[in-house]
Design a protein around this ligand. Sequence first.
Ligand SMILES: CC(C)(COP(=O)(O)OP(=O)(O)OC[C@H]1O[C@@H](n2cnc3c(N)ncnc32)[C@H](O)[C@@H]1OP(=O)(O)O)[C@@H](O)C(=O)NCCC(=O)NCCS
Length: 179
Amino acid sequence: MVDEPQMGTDGHGLKCHIRWMIRRDMAKVFEIEGESFDYPWPEKDFIRCLRQQNSIGMVAEHEDRVVGFMIYQLHKNSIRVLNFAVAADCRRRGVGNQMVAKLIRKLTPNNRTRIIIEVHERDLHAQLFFRSNGFRAVSVLSEYCENTWEDAYLMEYPFAGPAAGVSGRSNSLSQEVQR
Ligand SMILES: CC(C)(COP(=O)(O)OP(=O)(O)OC[C@H]1O[C@@H](n2cnc3c(N)ncnc32)[C@H](O)[C@@H]1OP(=O)(O)O)[C@@H](O)C(=O)NCCC(=O)NCCS
């Protein structure tokens, strides 16, 4: 059973409708992508990715405005999140929580049992966000990022039971979490 997602601590949560991404959403999706990442995906990467049979794009809509989006792939045993962002002026209002809750509802106990996402080492905010949603860093991907050669963490949400952490390693995430 998945808990209702929290809407943020300040009482200004945005209740969203999470639905399939359609062509008409793309301008807003590109805008959110551009304001969210140092190396945003070019349009051709969105198109190439969304053309794959197992790739799904979804948007979070609040009062007819697209305020977030995610792109993920369905695999036999897992869901792999490829892109995930919330509009800069709508963050910390529970939009991301609602998108993660949507993904969690797609897990099944005996088949598709985990959600994975690669998070850049310096994206501490994203690490804290996914951690607050029950994800754990399970491995380090060395020089993962093609533009900066920075490392990334593979973060995993397990359907049941805690995932093993990155034993014996100390990183910016674990240090922050211990504070
Ligand atoms: C990471 C991101 C998706 C979070 O979305 P969001 O809608 O702001 O997240 P929520 O409001 O649902 O936050 C839920 C909880 O996550 C944690 N969290 C979210 N953003 C955080 C931040 N900047 N710093 C610390 N904790 C954070 C908090 O515990 C928060 O609960 P609280 O607001 O009650 O304290 C958003 O900041 C974003 O789009 N960032 C840029 C793109 C990005 O990094 N995407 C992830 C790629 S791996």
